[in-house]
Design a protein around this ligand. Structure first.
Ligand SMILES: [Zn+2]
Ligand SMILES: [Zn+2]
Length: 384
């Protein structure tokens, strides 16, 4: 297996990267170039990273959690040392392994950040996003023993040709790098089988909640039927900036007060509920509001029992479910909408250099500061 590179782009032997050496130990450092040939997969190619989004889950890996395994396998798996975080990225293909991928050389791409096995019972029965043999960028899943686990908080990252999408001129790298988030939002929205005539409730208006609201709007739900709960002032402002109208500030309100306020807007029970909090509080509130035949989707699965669930709360065909990763079909819907300019994403972004990332994580987690950004985007070429 030999690397085929772009003629005018010699590859460095060392690259800058942010490495999670162990929980709470994040370091901006040099690591060896990814040994693409040794990963034994002709489908791999090498992307020079232009931008990489900082995901909420990255803060959980930082603290030793494993959100992928919690959401996909329903168990906690310990993370290996030396993970290069980062799975929301876009860039240029600078090297490929196999002839079949030569067509990608020099192209602006957004790659899907994982690869499923294709042969297990999940992959062969249209549930590939639940594949237990997934290989994932940005955390250790599926790679076996490596010195460094590939991710896109780095100048270069490996990705799979089979999961690459070419970015058209009119789409920015930043917007393209949001594809992972937007696919997660689209998948979650589809999980609810929402009837666009009926109200829906989103608890938590971070990027995922904001994105689900936008997916709902793209699918014909009127803004006055999209009710959002949030207490963070910045997230509320950004929800307003993207045109959302029914935002309830939850600060210092109890369940009864919130239920009344939501009812004032919806005038009825809620058909679809998207819970990005996953607490007893949000579940109790959700159960008080969930309409007959409606669906509650938990997007923040924690290792805890559901308190006070009475079987009667499931009566009249109410569904309680979760949403994990995304299906390719959800991804492709989101990709079509992004290219058509249907998402409003500019108000989301704060740009930062790779070198500043360890300090930012420390300030937010160790010093417990409010996040001073809504969606942080690492820029590899524009910000030094
Ligand atoms: Zn993410
Ligand atoms: Zn599989």
């Amino acid at each position: 297996m030999a690397l085929i590179t772009l003629e005018d782009t010699p590859l460095p032997q060392e690259i800058s990267a942010v490495v999670l050496e162990e929980p709470f130990q994040l370091k901006y450092t040099k690591i060896p170039m990814w040994p693409l040939e040794s990963f034994n997969d002709l489908n791999l190619l090498l992307v020079k990273v232009e931008v990489c989004g900082v995901c909420g889950s990255d803060f959980r890996y930082y603290q030793g959690e494993n959100p992928w395994s919690q959401h996909t396998l329903g168990i906690h798996l310990d993370n290996p040392p030396n993970i290069v975080l980062g799975h929301e990225f876009a860039g240029i293909v600078v090297a490929v392994l196999g002839e079949e991928n030569r067509k990608w050389l020099g192209k602006r791409v957004v790659p899907i950040c994982s690869k499923v096995c294709g042969i297990c019972e999940y992959c062969t029965t249209k549930r590939a996003h639940l594949c237990e043999n997934t290989i994932h960028l940005g955390h250790g899943q599926g790679w076996g023993d490596l010195s460094y686990y590939p991710g896109a908080y780095a100048e270069y990252v490996p990705a799979w040709g089979s999961g690459c999408y070419e970015i058209p001129e009119k789409v920015s790298y930043e917007d393209a790098a949001m594809m992972d988030v937007l696919a997660v939002c689209t998948h979650a929205y589809f999980r609810a089988n929402h009837n666009s005539e009926l109200p829906l409730l989103i608890m938590g208006a971070g990027p995922i909640g904001n994105g689900i609201a936008q997916v709902a709007r793209i699918n014909g739900v009127k803004e006055e039927k999209i009710i959002i709960l949030e207490r963070n002032e910045m997230a509320i402002r950004i929800a307003e900036k993207v045109g959302l109208q029914k935002i309830i500030n939850t600060a210092n309100k109890d369940i009864a007060e919130l239920k009344d306020e939501i009812y004032k807007i919806s005038k009825r029970k809620i058909f679809s509920i998207f819970d990005g909090i996953g607490s007893d509080f949000s579940f109790d509130l959700g159960m008080k509001l969930l309409d007959k035949g409606g669906t509650y989707v938990n997007l923040a699965v924690h290792n805890q029992k559901i308190r006070n669930l009475n079987q009667m709360q499931l009566s009249s065909e109410r569904n309680i479910t979760t949403s994990s990763n995304f299906s390719i079909s959800a991804y492709e819907h989101a990709w079509k909408w992004l290219q058509a300019g249907e998402f409003i994403l500019d108000p989301w972004y704060s740009m930062v250099s790779l070198a500043k990332i360890p300090t930012i994580f420390e300030e937010i987690i160790k010093n417990k500061q409010e996040k001073p950004f809504f969606k942080l985007i690492i820029s590899l070429s524009n910000i030094k």
